[in-house]
Design a protein around this ligand. Structure first.
Ligand SMILES: CC(C)CCC[C@@H](C)[C@H]1CC[C@H]2[C@@H]3CC=C4C[C@@H](O)CC[C@]4(C)[C@H]3CC[C@]12C
Length: 866
């Protein structure tokens, strides 16, 4: 390997901790969740982050001159990185690859972090030393630049190819068909070849606005050119040939260089005209006395006087011509402007099409490169919206807009809030940093930092085994039971693939996703309060736990319940739940499942939803708030609240955290959800056992079969594994250490045509149902009575949009009134308090069911929210 190559190896060996969630069966550290990592994160400064912006791309750069462009070693870079940047982090095995040039790259020099977001995969890396950080950033940047220039070349080649192939079609250009005279050579700025090709290209999708605009532009430009030529011929009178011109110019210069004293002071100072000025003078002066032209050359005084008093005979004609040229120029300008707009739209459309799967599968590598050009521009926008990430509990309203030099500002609390996922990342790094020398001598030069992780093969085997066992296990039948509730929605979901999310996000830079008002077509007819209730779909697992004497087995059921809440995400990535307004409530009484649930939006800034459910077997409560982090293509949602469950028979109080939910490819139709990180379940009433669940981050290089994997262990007081279980959060959980091998949980089958109904499960379909007998019992704040959500459910999209604006406006007004009075909104059914760890939590205050069961909401004062 050449010296460059070995330095790369060395660099690789030192680039630690490609972010990962370990796949092995290792024991959890019994420290309290992510607190140590959090404090470390909180020290990171927002202004230390920078999004590596697109390098200036010179469309004409060739492979050779790229070497000159201050980018030493580009060719070697190419060899080293090939088209993709390979990530190797386990004993020399190639584990993954991503196209660095298409990823959004953010760096933090101070912390030596490099993040690459390729939409499907999000890598967080940390260099061990500043030198290595520098080497890596330089290499990655150089590679990105190289790729972009390469793409630019392909783009040029593509255009050229188009121009050659459409020479014929150009002959029949619309302009000629319309009989426009086309005089002389084209204007340099309007290359008819390119124009013809572009319009030919665009015309394949007739009727195409771009083609029309361009045609009009071309016609106007030709008209303009005709006028200019007329002006020229008028001015020259077709009497001057090139030789004459030369002679005139040089003589003029001769005279000008030695101006007569008197005449040189005409403007009060001696004025030596430049060659260009001389030309201008000539063109004007010879208008004055065309009879002299070619035989005598006017002197400065002549010139000046002719400027002052142009002969009447020609002035009106030339004036008219000038006016025509002026108005035609204005027209051309306007046309070009609209053409530009049309092209911008066209580009967006192309980009959307590009995102569609079929195109991905069928296009050639060349087109691929061409599209990456469009991506270049998209990325500079990404840079600007990168800051869309924000902590929901930000006291500031806004995130800062990214600076022109693309410095990306992340709020520090994003880090301080980071869940296990980030915590693990840091732990992994630390581990690596300590591991040092032995790893450096490792042949691959890289380590995955998970020294205690199970070998890949064993892990793969285990997950295959779980999957096979799961597929054999029958689904629980409770979903098929007739509940007497509706089994479908009143209307199918709207197609929202046309909604340009990019524009929405771009126009809302600095706002939390939950605060961005989106078109109704992006919403699903449930709100977040209802979405939280959906986590109780498999409450039967809690019932089982409450009837399981063995505390370790009990824990297995609690763990399965914690995982089951994520299952619905599999089909729910196209729409966004409604954001509840402050004071909005939602109740859900399920006699069939034996629980009743109440939730309330208790805070608006930051948005916090609190909920509580009770049954004969358990109590369940949580307050959910989350922070978003936008990485350029993916959006990570980091919930911060804890989930609580108490079991009536054993007095257990389980508490656990939630993992990160990542919306991959958030801006495109390839959007999908992934959950990753670690959940630690503790029983606050007993230390007999704890449980650690790992939501395995998908490996890009893995087949789809490895997606959504979950593994867990129940550990005794001395950290011995008592039970192991695993599976997939969308397919089920299997435990092979229980007395009989058992499928502990399997999601209910989806209802018929679920994709035309927002991907809802049967349970979700039942959420917003409003029956006549229920209506009078609900408080007016109940989500079921929210008019915009109801309209959406009925498929009335336009009306929903209007109503949604009204509801949101009303909320703003209420807030203003409160602020004026210096008052604060006080939630009705939940109170804020501190838990044992000193964390702020929202607990049910017991009043909701009291009112409902006694006086009824019609007899008490309620908020009027809509
Ligand atoms: C722009 C739109 C159309 C994209 C779709 C965004 C959807 C997928 C997002 C918006 C809000 C998100 C939810 C916000 C909060 C939580 C609570 C957390 O504990 C689990 C994930 C969950 C439930 C998220 C799932 C994904 C979600 C529903």
């Amino acid at each position: 390997m050449d010296s460059h190559g070995s330095s790369l190896d060395h660099a690789q060996s030192q680039l630690s901790g490609v972010e990962k969630v370990s796949c092995g069966w290792h024991k959890p550290t019994h420290s309290r969740s992510s607190s140590t990592a959090s404090s470390r994160h909180s020290r990171l400064n927002i202004k230390d982050w920078e999004v590596m912006d697109d390098f200036p791309v010179d469309l004409n750069l060739t492979g050779e001159n790229m070497q000159d462009a201050n980018t030493p070693g580009i060719c070697e870079e190419k060899n080293m990185f090939h088209v993709i940047f390979s990530l190797i982090f386990s004993k020399g095995k190639m584990h993954g690859a991503l196209d660095v040039s298409l990823a959004v790259m953010s760096v933090n020099k101070k912390a030596r972090h490099i993040d690459l977001d390729a939409g499907d995969i999000l890598y967080h890396m940390k260099a061990k030393t500043p030198d290595l950080y520098y080497i890596w950033v330089t290499k990655l940047s150089a590679h990105r630049m190289h790729k972009k220039n390469e793409a630019a070349q392909v783009h040029n080649g593509f255009l050229q190819a188009l121009s050659q192939s459409s020479n014929l079609s150009h002959k029949n250009s619309p302009m000629q068909e319309m009989g426009t005279s086309y005089v002389g050579e084209p204007l340099p700025c309007v290359n008819p070849a390119v124009n013809g090709k572009v319009s030919a290209w665009l015309q394949t999708q007739e009727p195409d606005i771009c083609a029309q605009e361009l045609t009009r532009c071309q016609i106007e430009l030709n008209e303009l050119q005709r006028l200019v030529q007329k002006l020229h011929s008028l001015e020259s009178g077709q009497m001057i040939n090139n030789g004459d011109l030369q002679r005139i110019i040089s003589m003029q210069n001769l005279l000008l260089d030695k101006p007569k004293k008197k005449s040189g002071k005409i403007w009060g100072h001696s004025h030596t005209l430049s060659r260009a000025e001389a030309l201008g003078m000539l063109s004007s002066s010879h208008l004055t006395s065309s009879a002299h032209l070619g035989t005598s050359v006017p002197s400065i005084p002549d010139y000046v006087s002719t400027q002052a008093t142009p002969p009447a005979s020609t002035s009106s004609e030339s004036k008219k011509l000038h006016q025509d040229i002026c108005s035609m120029s204005l027209k051309v300008h306007a046309s070009l402007r609209t053409a530009h707009e049309a092209l911008a739209q066209e580009r967006q459309r192309l980009q959307d099409t590009w995102s569609s799967r079929e195109l991905h599968q069928t296009t050639s590598a060349q087109i691929n490169n061409l599209c990456s050009l469009a991506e270049l521009d998209v990325k500079s926008r990404h840079t600007k919206i990168h800051k869309l990430s924000v902590s929901s509990d930000s006291s500031e309203e806004s995130f800062r807009t990214v600076l022109q030099r693309k410095v990306c500002l992340f709020l520090p609390r994003i880090y301080s809030s980071c869940s296990h996922f980030r915590a693990e990342y840091f732990d992994a790094c630390d581990e690596l940093m300590c591991a040092s020398s032995s790893e450096m001598s490792d042949e691959s030069g890289l380590s995955d930092g998970s020294s205690n992780s199970e070998p890949d093969e064993a892990h793969a085997m285990a997950s295959r085994k779980y999957r096979a066992s799961l597929s054999k296990a029958p689904a629980k039948l409770n979903s098929i039971k007739n509940t007497g509730r509706r089994t479908t929605l009143p209307a199918v979901c709207p197609d929202n693939s046309h909604v340009g999310l990019m524009t929405i996000l771009y126009n809302n830079i600095g706002k939390d996703l939950s605060r961005v008002s989106m078109p109704a077509a992006l919403n699903e007819p449930v709100c977040l309060l209802q979405r939280l209730c959906e986590e109780l779909e498999y409450s039967d697992l809690l019932d089982t736990a409450n009837h399981t004497d063995d505390p370790y087995q009990r824990m297995v059921y609690i763990a399965a319940f914690a995982i089951s809440g994520y299952a619905t995400a599999q089909y729910r990535n196209r729409y966004k739940p409604f954001n509840p307004v402050l004071g909005e409530t939602f109740e859900c009484i399920r006699e069939d499942r034996g629980f009743r649930y109440i939730s309330e939006q208790v805070s608006h800034h930051p948005p916090i939803s609190a909920c509580h459910a009770e049954s004969n077997n358990f109590n369940f409560w949580q307050d959910q708030r989350w922070k978003n982090k936008f990485w350029g293509k993916s959006l990570e949602i980091m919930p911060t609240g804890m989930v609580n469950v108490t079991l009536k028979n054993y007095g257990d109080h389980y508490e656990w955290n939630k993992v990160v939910t990542c919306i991959h490819n958030v801006l495109s139709q390839q959007r999908y959800l992934e959950h990753y990180g670690e959940v630690i379940i503790r029983n606050l009433k007993s230390s007999v056992c704890t449980c650690k669940i790992t939501f395995v981050k998908s490996r890009y290089w893995g087949s789809d079969g490895s997606k959504n994997e979950v593994q867990g262990q129940v550990l005794d007081e001395t950290d011995n594994i008592v039970h192991r279980f695993g599976g997939f959060w969308h397919e089920g959980i299997f435990c092979d250490t229980l007395p009989n091998l058992q499928c502990i949980w399997k999601p209910n089958p989806q209802p018929k045509n679920y994709m035309t109904y927002y991907g809802f499960s049967s349970f979700a379909m039942e959420m917003n149902e409003l029956t006549p007998d229920l209506k009078p019992l609900l408080p007016p704040t109940d989500t079921r009575l929210r008019p915009d959500q109801r309209l959406l459910e009925e498929g009335k999209i336009e009306e929903t949009d209007k109503k949604k604006d009204e509801v949101e406006e009303k909320q703003r007004e209420r807030r203003k009134i409160l602020a004026k009075r210096g008052e604060e909104h006080i939630p009705r059914f939940f109170r804020k308090t501190l838990d044992a760890a000193g964390k702020e939590v929202w607990l049910y205050n017991g009043t909701y069911w009291k009112i409902r069961d006694n006086a009824g909401f019609v007899n008490v004062k309620n908020l009027e929210l809509w």
